[in-house]
Design a protein around this ligand. Sequence first.
Ligand code: CMC
Length: 444
Amino acid sequence: MKRVLPDLIVDPPLADEKVTIVFHADGKQYDFPVLGGTHGPKVIDVGRLYTETGYFSYDPGFMSTANCDSAITFIDGERGILLHRGYPIEELAAHADFLEVCYLLLYGKLPNQSELHDFGDLIGHHSMVHEQFKRFFAGFRRDAPPMAVMVGTVGALSAFYHDKIDITDPEARMVATHRLIAKMPTICAMAFNYSLGRPFLYPRNDLSYASNFLRMSFGIPAEEYVVNPVLARAINRFLVLHADHEQNASTATVRIAGSSHANPYACVAAGITALWGPDHGGANEAVVNMLEEIGSKERIALYIKRAKDKEDPFRLTGFGHRVYKNYDPRAAILRESCHEVLAELGKKDEPLFALALELERIALEDDYFIQRKLFPNVDFYSGIMLRAIGFPTGMFPPLFALGRTIGWIAQWKEMIEAPDQHIARPRQRYTGPPLRPYLPIAQR
Ligand code: CMC
């Protein structure tokens, strides 16, 4: 998908650009420096706000707060632009293999042929999991949500690979990073097969990342699995589109967990838990459930009405985004992928897809959605595509986690390696009872 992107260069801040805060009560003034990035809004550095003024800044939900410097991903939500290391998502989704994107996010540049080959070898070297690890799965009920199994098993990696979890050692950090990229598809496919009572398949390192994952998910040991190139391309694209998304809830969680110098496997497990919620990575599952509940085009109006009713907790899942106030570029690409996958599988008339297209059309003509700039997000179409490929809804969030692992781990590394790294420790506005003496139990 080719898009002409606008010029994004912003004016750098002036050498001594500052913001002055004036306290009207006593007339005192304080200056705070303004910092600029490559693109995007400038930031006011309030790190010394408390020591200089005695005040905290207050911003629940981080509506206007930048939590870090990052050179990995840039989003311009007003214009629907997403860049990884400067490259537009449309170009990466159209041309790049997922491992190329992993390399890009991790090392900051696109690999040449031999670098990509060596990286593939390295990841392949780590793609199996310890034999003992398989037995770990047996502790879970078969009907456990695969995402719950992912939280437990990914966290357990630190019990299996604790030889390289010294986060102060650059080599150990890199090995843990490679292990996570390599083992995540194996674990994700194991969680899927475990839920179905099917045997686990070992990875095949001669296949691409996406093809290997498809084979481990749908293959059986008794037969050769023939990879469908259209489906492999769709999964590759899905993974590329989910690879990173700057400081979203799960990535911020990984950074916060990692800021205490916890091991990277535990941090990524924390990221998986944050991703699970229906407002984040659980939304792909919730969208398909919602479309099934709506059921027919005739009932769309009813659900649009419910989504607009402030007394009704129902929201149009797959719509809206904290950052995008324009079409999420990933949703547009996934809508095309749905067309390709459904055509390949002879399911062009898939009713759920027709319903989603109609829901999008109606919502985008509705004043409520127009005024609030609510557009389809990445989760709106992804579930329809994954379901057509054969994944049940419970596997959608684990697939999101599979794609996002590289973003989490690249951001974790960037955070640990930052020269001014501190433990993340937000402050609060206390609204509880005032100081009061302890009351002996007989007097309460
Ligand atoms: N349906 C109906 N109304 C909505 C929706 C929606 N999906 N999303 C936002 N609004 C309304 C909201 O009620 C509010 O209206 P008002 O100004 O009248 O009070 C306004 O739009 C702003 O919403 P908000 O909740 O303040 O926005 P937010 O940035 O805090 O929330 C969001 C962003 C993604 C949580 C929210 O849009 C939402 O709940 N969407 C549905 C869940 C979803 O699709 N999540 C996936 C997000 S993208 C992938 C990912 O991050 O993993």
